[in-house]
Design a protein around this ligand. Sequence first.
Ligand code: GLC
Ligand code: MG
Length: 523
Amino acid sequence: MLDVAWWRRGVVYQIYPRSFQDSDGDGIGDLEGVRRRLDHLVALGVDAVWLSPIFPSPMADFGYDVADYCGVDAIFGSIDDFDRLLDDAHGRGLKVILDFVPNHSSEAHPWFVESRRDRSDPRRDWYIWRDAAPGGGPPNNWISNFGGPAWTFDETTGQYYLHSFLREQPDLNWRNPELRAAMADVLRFWLDRGVDGFRIDVLWLLIKDEELRDNPENPDYAQGDPDIGRLLQTYSSDREEVFDVIRELRATVDDYDDRVLIGEIYLPVDRLVAYYGPDLSGVHLPFNFQLIFADWHARAIERRIAEYEAALPPGGWPNWVLGNHDQKRVATRLGGPQARVAAMLLLTLRGTPTLYYGDEIGLADVPVPHDLAQDPWEKNEPGHGRDPARTPMPWDATTNGGFTAGAPWLPMNDVGALNVAAAARDPRSILALHRALLALRRGSPALSLGAYEGVKAQGDVLAYRRRHGEEELLVALNLGDEGAELALPIAATALLSTHMDREGAEQPGVLKLRPNEGVVLRL
Ligand code: GLC
Ligand code: MG
């Protein structure tokens, strides 16, 4: 097709490696398992796979506590398994994106082991150490994202270290040039092996206020919200100096052809778009989580799209996300029929979509009783856990859904009722819908690259046009539970309905949409 970077044209698929496919019977997914399931991704029609962390880790936060940035945890396999996966993926035309976790390491990382040893250790300054506050206690009032103080006192050297997450995840000091150089080497290690890019964990937290000032109270904090919400993250996040760091990361990656940087950033749109960087020197795709937080009403979504489109810097390429391993699944947030319309929305908006494994079959959150909780956040703050959105992929109706020959690390859904094989046999399943949407998108420059233009619609109908050259499509989505109508400018042909039963039908002047129906039409 057109000569455009793959990460603009393409669709990203997130795999949570612990839960995709187990190959060795330990109940935990692994790289060889992912490799064996690549055909599913090819049949689905995605372009790139983002793997959540696979590096050696004590797994206090399931790999987001890295003990060695240049290796593979034995749970997931070996570096040879990784190379084999990368080769096979590339052989099938799939890109591979790794999860880079720069804000913090594991306390087991040799850097931290050295850093905590002695105040004069050369690695001391690679982490953030401070004396107790004048009256005693932690150096400031910052809170960990998983609840409780963000500082832990270390007996050996009599100082506190900062951890924005668990105490097992000490924050690295990105003001230190040696640390920065070491991290550039980490990126090169993987880029040299052939990885196609990185998703960067909590990018907006990387640099903290130089003086580590107290964060202000959050006036909107509500009882029951996570502890972290008690304070505004004014001094612990989104600091101007982060853009120097990002420019350096980007320069490292730009020494290689055709790689991508995606940033995990939870900020309001006006701040989010700053992460494209001055003159687009930042990350290629600052993750846009608008759809995760939007109310499911046409006018609310329309406003979010317009706001985001208007905020993009010149040349900045948009992206959209419906779910990930930290959020309730879309089928649970919205409901089953709504999840189909949401899939059509995600895959027809302008910008690179990211799909979360399992969403393509309509997998919902699986309740995980508190005493079976794995997620450290759930253990600290009951009710906020992320396990329900991380349960293993049900591949078929056999024991444990074909995910493992052992005991799955998290409970699974009713695999007899919902699994990939059954969905693949049903021509109108949500899996079939995803495949059809991805095929349509792949064959349509208007959908993958074209301009976006909102179309005026009433009630709970969301409508927009996508256009590229001569090709012009109209997307009409009924987000409501009642039938709705949309006047069409000219006669149009339905290309795809979320109900998968009106393909090729000519539509007269008024399009009648059933409850929770979306349609893509050719004008
Ligand atoms: C990111 C990850 C999340 C992890 C946290 C700490 O938000 O997506 O899963 O717990 O960072 O690394
Ligand atoms: Mg395994």
